[in-house]
Design a protein around this ligand. Structure first.
Ligand code: ADP
Ligand code: ASP
Ligand code: MG
Length: 401
């Protein structure tokens, strides 16, 4: 049996914790499994490295940023290999380059194009435990890239998919996927099984226990995915196909994203092509726009509101500057939060949205924007109400029962 185990930043947080990870990896090895490990940098390290690069410039060269950021995962992968070797185990660390992880050249948010698994397979055949630096890859031209924040989850699933591993285990600091972030609501309950689609929505809406792109890939390649704690031996959460799930609650979970910013453009000339111009400009700068609301035009003018990742605010300001002459104002609000309700059961039930609106109104929480999909309702509210909104919704849908 071949298993890919991924250990996140908290699990790799210091040398003691890395020694603990080495013990867990050895348990799997002793149980007869072939093990490929993917690791994150020590927790907080990537943030520290990003801050270093911003010391010199608001927009540091992204090739250089990737050179800096990729160092965090190089350190932890080599340390874990040393820890395993100290137990008498054959182990080797591989960087993204060494592991043959080829990406496009979109520095700081590269996409994996393919993985050349020949070296990994060769080492596995020689009974090595392979420890791969997550979050990084290499372009055809040999340039180092990183995959975007939380990208080690994606590295793990991609490697598991490419190796056709029997299981991909994501080890983190919670023992599974909960009905909401257990740090926000202590009444959150562990979900034992969740469908790829629901997990994808939860992750995309802010549940950072898994990176959304890793769930998307796991679904596409049918990778059996489990999230577990590296600190306990509790059973985790299995992310699987909808058919494998007996119970289908109407609402499965509540997600919170406090890393969004709202952009409000007022008095835009309401003519064909204006939205294409604005959003085309943002797309060219690779800025991910999420919710979009356009008000009904009046006197040939309209307002457009949308949300972006907070980290892209400076870049958005820069690229939208050219529209400043043709609109009344462009305002940015970072004090917002997106709260989302996710559940496959919503497809066949009505009234889910109105329950949410009523519950928030009762708490005097104003909703600024709303968007829905078949299995999700998202609302933008003031960030000071974020946690209250999560707990209110969690309880109104009885997720604490
Ligand atoms: P890692 O460093 O291991 O990748 P992350 O910090 O990225 O770990 O993700 C784990 C965190 O995700 C948990 O500590 C928890 O606070 C948060 N989280 C958010 N939503 C959920 C949820 N629905 N279930 C479990 N954890 C969640
Ligand atoms: N170290 C990277 C980050 O903090 C990647 C990861 O942890 O998944 O975003
Ligand atoms: Mg993570």
């Amino acid at each position: 049996m071949l298993v890919v185990q991924k250990y996140g930043g908290t699990s790799m947080g210091d040398c003691e914790r890395i020694a603990n990870v080495a013990n867990r990896v050895m348990e799997a090895k002793r149980a007869g499994q072939s093990v490929v490990v993917v690791v994150s940098a020590m927790s907080g390290q990537t943030d520290t490295l990003i801050n270093y690069t911003k010391f010199f410039s608001k927009f540091p060269n992204e090739r250089e940023v990737d050179m800096v950021l990729s160092s965090g995962e190089r350190v932890t992968s080599a340390l874990l290999a040393i820890a395993l070797q100290a137990q008498g185990q054959k182990a080797i660390s591989l960087s993204g380059r060494g592991a043959g992880i080829f990406t496009d050249d979109m520095h700081t948010k590269a996409r994996i194009e393919y993985i050349d698994t020949s070296k990994i397979k060769q080492l596995l055949a020689q009974d090595y435990i392979i420890v791969i630096s997550g979050f990084q890859g290499i372009t055809q031209q040999g340039e180092v890239t990183t995959l975007g924040r939380g990208g080690s989850d994606l590295s793990a699933v991609a490697i598991a998919g490419a190796l056709k591993a029997d299981l991909c285990e994501i080890y983190t600091d919670v023992d599974g996927v909960y009905t909401t972030d257990p740090r926000i609501d202590k009444n959150a309950k562990k979900i034992h099984r969740i469908s790829y689609d629901e997990m994808l929505e939860l992750a995309s809406m802010g549940a950072k226990v898994l990176l959304n792109r890793s769930v998307e890939l796991a679904k596409k390649w049918n990778v059996p995915l489990v999230t577990r704690s590296s600190f306990t031996h509790d059973e985790g959460t299995l992310i699987t196909t909808e058919e494998n799930i007996m119970e289908k609650p109407i609402v499965s979970g509540i997600a919170l994203d406090k890393n969004q910013a709202r952009v409000s453009i007022t008095n835009v000339y309401d003519r064909p092509g204006i939205a294409a111009e604005i959003f085309g400009t943002l797309a060219d700068a690779h800025i991910n726009v999420d919710m979009i609301v356009q008000t009904l035009g009046r006197d040939g003018k309209t307002d457009i509101d949308f949300t972006i990742p907070q980290t892209e605010t400076d870049m958005t300001k820069k690229v939208l500057e050219k529209f400043l002459d043709s609109v009344e104002s462009i305002d940015y609000d970072c004090d917002i939060a997106k709260v989302s309700i996710v559940g496959v059961g919503m497809k066949s039930h009505s009234g889910v949205a109105s329950t949410a609106f009523k519950a928030l109104a009762k708490e005097n929480i104003n909703i600024m924007m709303i968007s829905t999909s078949e299995i999700k309702i998202s609302m933008i509210i003031a960030s000071k109400y974020a946690e209250l909104a999560v707990r209110t919704l969690h309880s109104v849908y009885e997720l604490d029962r």
